[in-house]
Design a protein around this ligand. Sequence first.
Ligand SMILES: Nc1nc2c(ncn2[C@@H]2O[C@H](COP(=O)(O)OP(=O)(O)OP(=O)(O)O)[C@@H](O)[C@H]2O)c(=O)[nH]1
Ligand SMILES: [Mg+2]
Length: 381
Amino acid sequence: MKTYKIITLGASGAGKTVFLASMFKALSIQGDYTFFLEVEDQARRKRLNAIYTQVITADNWPEGTKYGDVSEWTFNCRVKVPTLDTYTACQFTYFDYAGGRLIDSEEDAEFTNIVQESSTILGLLDGKKIYSLMKDSNDLAVNIFLNKDLPNILKWMNTSRVPIHFVISKWDLIENEFSLRQVRERLLKIPAFEELIHIRNHANSPVRLIPVSSIGSGFAIPQPDGSMKKISGAIPDPFQVEVPLACVLPDGLQARLSEVKEKQQEIEKTSKSKPNIFSNVLVFVGKAAQISINVASWAFIPPEFQVEKALLHKLSESIGLGLEGRRKASIEREEKLNQERNASLKLVKDEETALMHAVDNFAVIQNKFERVFPDSELILM
Ligand SMILES: Nc1nc2c(ncn2[C@@H]2O[C@H](COP(=O)(O)OP(=O)(O)OP(=O)(O)O)[C@@H](O)[C@H]2O)c(=O)[nH]1
Ligand SMILES: [Mg+2]
């Protein structure tokens, strides 16, 4: 089974745990999308459901994650076909730590390992602090964000070259006053942030800004004392909580293929006898990208990204290998993607075809998101 690991990095109170509970709730039934998430472990499933129930029904909020707690949430990504048989396409494992752990200067071997093994780093930026930053307030929250939270997140991100999803939490607090483009411009004024984007762009490893709200607009309002008051009678309407998960596989594959391609080119440059490009080659042709990867190089791709050829071809249309190949999200594309998704549902009969179908769903989610937020992907070159 292909398993994608995602580490969530974010300061204490940024909204990591509430986000995971809300994402699970949104994707735990086959509704808008023709896949769903399942937490196999019953105790963990109950725990995650209890967190969400507390968010939406109790007066107070769930407690922050404790320092020693490693919440490891494994979601099976499942597809139910019209005959009601269900197949697992892949797994996503999210690691949710206490935010305080980020700033520990001690060697943290466990944390380091998880960062190294992750397919994607999900950096959660606290929307409440971003709002203060956008307001140009000179308050403590902004100071902490700029001088502590963000540098600590960037420090960990700089230890790997996997794709990065900067999730802006609590978008409900920002959306009425600032656009994603404005937030993007402000963040790019921070030199260390901009530098990270340049490095990732150079490696062709995607970086995105993804605004989410785990509760939706009008559910809670910040109080002068810093707390978040729930509005009595308000109904939660989570916003875009499914987007980060949908980007994990396509973005991860793009980054891995680019890495292998780069290594392969280096070897070809230095080796005297040019390898015969027609032997031992796994050709991978797409509308947006045309690359060939040697069988030997393919072995360096981690198993979760060694997808079947048919899936590679499918994804090669949507992943941009090289800036010129960036896809254009559009309504027309949405229709085409919906048709493809309907067609592939009929073909699901095992893990491999279930993954093909899940990827069609991810493309639908991504296309819709990029259409509404064309400034999501950070490309500076
Ligand atoms: N307005 C708004 N507030 C939110 C949202 N998500 C979380 N919050 C608030 O942020 C608080 C912290 O959320 P958590 O998910 O517990 O934060 P965390 O990042 O897990 O924090 P640690 O466990 O301490 O590392 C919540 O108790 C809410 O008050 C959101 O989408 N909108
Ligand atoms: Mg937490």
